[in-house]
Design a protein around this ligand. Structure first.
Ligand SMILES: *Cc1c(COP(=O)(O)O)cnc(C)c1O
Length: 380
């Protein structure tokens, strides 16, 4: 006896995809995986089958975690729903209520909010310290300190962290280390190879590269990633299969994008340094032999009208993010660093004339021209 229509419409004989040799990984857009019988189900718990339920694990999210681990030369990685959730599970993998974390003052605004406003409610204490003076880091270590947290290239003033020094301090004091490598990417910098325990990325930025996905990845020492992975499962900060697939697709062009974007950023920084309408250009040197990253920050306080500058940017979009293939600008004072206390903003140099430029893959001459014109049109 055949099935009736209402049953048939739900149980359509769909194509068996096991023998389809697709060139790229398909999107496993499924919330769960099927089992033939109870023994087959038991196989999952015995480790003979990889997948049960997508919050617990999915081929696309696993692919992203392991892709970034490979690029960072780290043994293991886990993908999460956002950069911030990757930071959260990374911190929770090493610190619990009663523990203390030392973080750099000049970190991403969202990370500051997570550490300063949320983790306190979990009973995790955080001190913000100026990492330009390593002795300050050491002076703030307490009996319950567990973790030192910073960024390889800081945002938006692009300070380069001395990772080897951080590792030395951590080793001397038996602490874990975690570095946000979002701005540098593993193309320019591989903190795990310097001895950092956990490396975190907002894959929303350069790994994805096209401003069409929100995702995070945490890589590092195997036992710590296993702990972080169980936090992802239990807290529910897993990434969707489609977003993992998009991030993996983005990673395939990471090298060519970073090569072009770093080169364009260098050309733009060199040209803006000669511009009399710019008080200060922030662009690092010596990040890597392959380039110095694709973010250039400029301070035009006193020389240009900031409102007029943002109105004169022609094809450059104003967006509160970075790292896409298109050149864009953001205004740290009113977006990414809005949450920082005023004293920290002043101390860090986040002024009313500070503009963060995320340099894209366009023709460098056009990028330079558009900023020179905006400066000329907004000169005081
Ligand atoms: C964007 C960003 C984050 C947060 O990532 P989300 O994907 O937005 O959660 C963390 N660190 C840095 C350096 C960033 O630029």
């Amino acid at each position: 006896m055949g099935q009736n229509f209402d049953t048939k419409s739900v149980h359509l004989a769909l194509k068996d995809t096991n023998n389809v040799d697709s060139k790229v990984t398909p999107i496993y857009q499924t919330s769960a995986f099927k089992f033939t019988d109870l023994e087959d189900l038991e196989n999952f718990y015995k480790g003979k089958k990889d997948y049960l339920y997508s919050r617990v694990g999915n081929p696309n999210t696993d692919e992203l975690g392991s892709a970034v681990a490979q690029l960072e030369e780290a043994p293991k990685g886990v993908a999460t729903s956002s950069g911030l959730s990757a930071i959260l599970v990374g911190v929770l993998a090493v610190a619990k209520a009663g523990d203390h974390v030392i973080a750099s003052t000049d970190i991403y605004g969202g990370t500051y909010q997570l550490l300063a406003n949320e983790l306190v409610d979990f009973g995790i204490e955080v001190s913000f310290v100026n990492f330009e003076k390593p002795s300050e880091v050491e002076n703030n270590i307490k009996e319950n300190t567990k973790l030192i947290y910073s960024e390889s290239i800081t945002n938006p003033l692009l300070r380069i962290e001395d990772l080897k020094e951080i590792v030395k301090i951590a080793k001397r004091n038996n602490l874990y280390t975690m570095i946000d490598n979002t701005f540098a990417t593993p193309y320019l910098c591989q903190p795990y190879l310097d001895g950092i325990d956990l490396v975190v990325h907002s894959a929303t930025k350069y790994l994805g590269g096209h401003s069409d996905v929100t995702a995070g990845v945490l890589v590092g020492r195997e036992e710590l990633i296993d702990k972080a992975k169980s936090k992802v499962v239990n807290i529910g900060t897993n990434l969707s299969p489609f977003d993992a697939w998009l991030a993996c697709r983005g990673i395939k062009t990471l090298s060519v994008r970073m090569e072009r974007q770093s080169k364009n950023a260098q050309d733009l920084a060199d040209s803006l340094r000669k511009n009399e309408g710019v008080a200060k250009v922030y662009y690092p040197a010596d990040v890597s032999t392959k380039g110095n990253g694709a973010i250039v920050s400029i301070d035009i306080t006193g020389f240009c009208d900031i409102e007029k500058f943002f109105q004169s940017l022609s094809w450059v979009k104003i967006v509160p993010t970075l790292a896409g293939v298109e050149t864009s600008v953001s205004y740290p004072l009113s977006t990414s660093h809005r949450a920082l206390p005023k004293e920290s903003q002043i101390e860090l140099g986040i002024t009313e004339g500070l503009v963060r430029i995320s340099v894209g893959i366009e023709d460098a001459k056009d990028i330079i021209q558009v900023f020179e014109q905006a400066i000329a049109e907004s000169r005081k």
